[in-house]
Design a protein around this ligand. Structure first.
Ligand SMILES: C[S@@+](CC[C@H](N)C(=O)[O-])C[C@H]1O[C@@H](n2cnc3c(N)ncnc32)[C@H](O)[C@@H]1O
Length: 309
């Protein structure tokens, strides 16, 4: 069985819980739309599971989307660029990283971003207030070997080429061609508390009120969507719970033990919430095996709250 490829190391990637998220995405849909695609972990897995015929990847971070475009459509080009950068760094890794970072900040070139992500601390994309990438290198590592990076790139290309649209727009502009009957939207906005302000974990923060207006609009269209939003570690919750009148069903999935808790010998498990739209719930309920199927996917989660409103 093929391993799930992921050429773009990206902090905040949903790769480790992609399997659980995919279990609430129905099979046989037309398009899977990701307005906050990041490293596209969910679409990659969905393509692997043959869940959708088409994919739309969008993220405001343009160099990141340019990189995904190249990985999907020009695998040979981006694999060679990575190899050249990787080889060139040998013997002067730290200085080379800094040169690449300056050049990336001047040009936004996607091949440079791939090298930076492979080499930077915790694959964490950080920008300063001028929008410049300012994360430092992880000096203990040289970054994934070119041969292994090439394999990952080609595997993603095989899964997504010929069926994927890549854009770099604000999330509110991504749904012009939505077909609510046959498409599913997966939204993974920047984490609350870490966007905006001093902690610039993501390219740009978004206003919660804008997100809520967007959800109201999606519900008005009877759209099927899933939203990753808040979560908790042990008893500590982060992120605000969404207003009840959006009529979303909230489930929790276990995202594992946080690295910090493991180091401290604590047992704190991280849970992440998924919010499912009423139209999606209806679709899952009425799918071939009916309520039995709904009950079986429900039971695979640790749930704090599962209420039909
Ligand atoms: C939590 S990450 C998504 C991670 C993704 N699910 C993955 O598996 O890699 C959130 C993403 O939202 C993007 N973003 C921030 N503001 C945005 C906006 N206004 N419109 C679209 N994307 C935005 C960030 O660049 C970031 O990549």
């Amino acid at each position: 069985m093929m391993r799930m490829p992921q050429p773009i190391p990206y902090q905040g990637s949903k790769r480790n819980i992609a399997k659980q998220i995919l279990s609430v995405i129905p099979s046989g849909i037309d398009a899977l739309i990701e307005p906050f695609a990041g490293s596209a972990a969910i679409s990659i897995r969905a393509a692997y599971m043959n869940k959708a015929r088409r994919f739309h990847l969008n993220d405001l971070n343009k160099p990141l989307m340019d990189l995904l475009y190249l990985i999907i459509n020009e695998p040979a080009v981006i694999a060679s660029s990575y190899e050249q950068l990787w080889e060139k760094q040998l013997g002067r890794e730290k200085a080379f990283y800094n040169e690449v970072r300056s050049e990336f900040n001047a040009t936004g070139r996607p091949d440079l971003l791939l090298y930076l992500l492979a080499r930077c601390v915790k694959a964490s994309v950080r920008y300063n207030s001028n929008g410049e990438f300012n994360q430092g290198p992880d000096n203990r590592r040289k970054g994934r070997r070119p041969s292994s990076m090439r394999d990952e790139i080609y595997a993603v290309s095989r899964l997504l080429k010929g069926k994927t649209t890549v854009t770099s727009l604000d999330f509110t502009s991504t749904l012009d061609d939505l077909n609510p009957v046959s498409d599913v939207i997966y939204m993974d906005p920047p984490y609350q508390g870490t966007s905006g302000g001093r902690d610039s974990r993501y390219f740009s923060g978004i206003r919660i009120s804008t997100l809520i207006d967007f959800i109201v609009e999606l519900n008005a269209q009877n759209a099927m969507f899933i939203l990753s939003y808040d979560g908790r570690k042990g008893a500590k919750t982060y992120g605000e719970v969404l207003p009840e009148d959006l009529n979303l069903v909230r489930i929790e999935i276990e995202a594992g033990r946080s690295t910090q808790s493991t180091l401290l010998g604590k047992q704190d498990i991280t849970y992440e919430s998924l919010y499912l739209s009423p139209a999606l719930i209806e679709h899952l309920d009425s799918s071939s095996t009916g309520i039995a199927r709904f009950t079986s996917w429900k039971s695979s989660y640790t749930q704090l709250e599962l209420a039909f409103t």
